[in-house]
Design a protein around this ligand. Sequence first.
Ligand code: NAD
Ligand code: DAU
Length: 351
Amino acid sequence: MSKSILITGGAGFIGCHVIQLFVTNYPEYKIVNLDALTYAGNLENLKSVEGAQNYSFEKADIQEAEALDVIFAKHQITDVIHLAAESHVDRSISDPLAFVKTNVFGTVNLLNAAKKAWAGELDQHLFYHVSTDEVYGSLHDGGFFLETTAYDPQSPYSASKAASDHFVRAYANTYKMKIVVSNCSNNYGPNQFPEKLIPLCINNIKNMKQLPVYGKGENVRDWLFVKDHARAIDIVFHKGKAGETYNIGGFNEWKNIDIVRLLCQKMDEKLGREAGTSEKLITFVQDRAGHDHRYAIDASKIQKELGWEPSLQFDEGIDITIDWYLANEEWLDHVTSGAYQEYYKELYRTD
Ligand code: NAD
Ligand code: DAU
């Protein structure tokens, strides 16, 4: 039987790269993108595939159980890759309930819809849940997150993702649903909403606006190019063992301040500005509440067992990313107009 895959959150940052990869590489599959089109979802991200025979879009909210049942029946869904989520830590600090509603309640709704649609043949269908390394908590200066690391979420966002991971595993244990979970480190690349560190800095450098660095900029993140995450999702979907968890990461740790400086140097060159111009925009601001110190993924399980590894060096990936944002001014203008301006003023207390 050919597959009819429901990909949730496909109009968002990572989802659009997953959709593009699956629609292009698997013409025999039917790919259904389910997305509520929140502030973070944008159909402009999917222009390259919107006319493809094997692609369709359903505007729906995973909080609405009935809508999910209709979509499962209409498209005879055989498998799910679940990415839809509220994804920004700062927003989770100001509105935790929104994260419970989508990330926890919405995920359980989706599990229920799949369980209902696949009743009697749960072992023949896969529910793939895409999660984050933040569920493991915060590291000091040594050590890595393994698949066996105990969960210790520290923000409302990571608590909601941890809860959703637990529900997915509980459905495997209780109802014998076939599931797989992956937990990935920080992604960067084209199409990321400019509230996240890298695109926010690119946009602000371009416009000669302040670069807000939380605390002393000493926090460490482990960065992976988004298309390498999409490739990993493809491999886990096709080759991952049911019931397993796979950590995904680039073995690429950076202090925030060093990334911001790198972006300044590269953009001065690309924009023909005098060296040092953009660094003057760096502004140390009040730290994020409960700011996790360091994330670092040990991705050796997926490397050894499934043969995945990152394809891009960070330097190359950052160049591609900056060039994409400079070439896609219209995209940036669209997503940063209106409500985003209000959010930005409120969070950073600027005019
Ligand atoms: P994003 O915020 O860019 O996109 C989320 C998408 O989900 C948007 O298109 C939005 O419209 C949609 N959505 C939100 N609420 C919805 C709802 N109730 N019903 C239907 N659709 C809804 O997020 P992202 O950065 O692409 O992350 C995708 C997934 O990957 C998330 O589950 C996130 O936790 C996980 N993840 C992200 C990263 C990262 O660095 N960005 C790293 C690891 C894991
Ligand atoms: O680790 C995976 C996670 O990475 C994903 O699960 C999340 O969905 C994704 O948003 C990301 O979370 P972070 O909080 O690490 O990403 P963000 O880009 O918001 O911040 C990266 C680091 O930069 C973090 O230490 C906070 C800091 N920062 C962020 C912003 C927006 C700043 O110093 N200034 C800023 O303005």
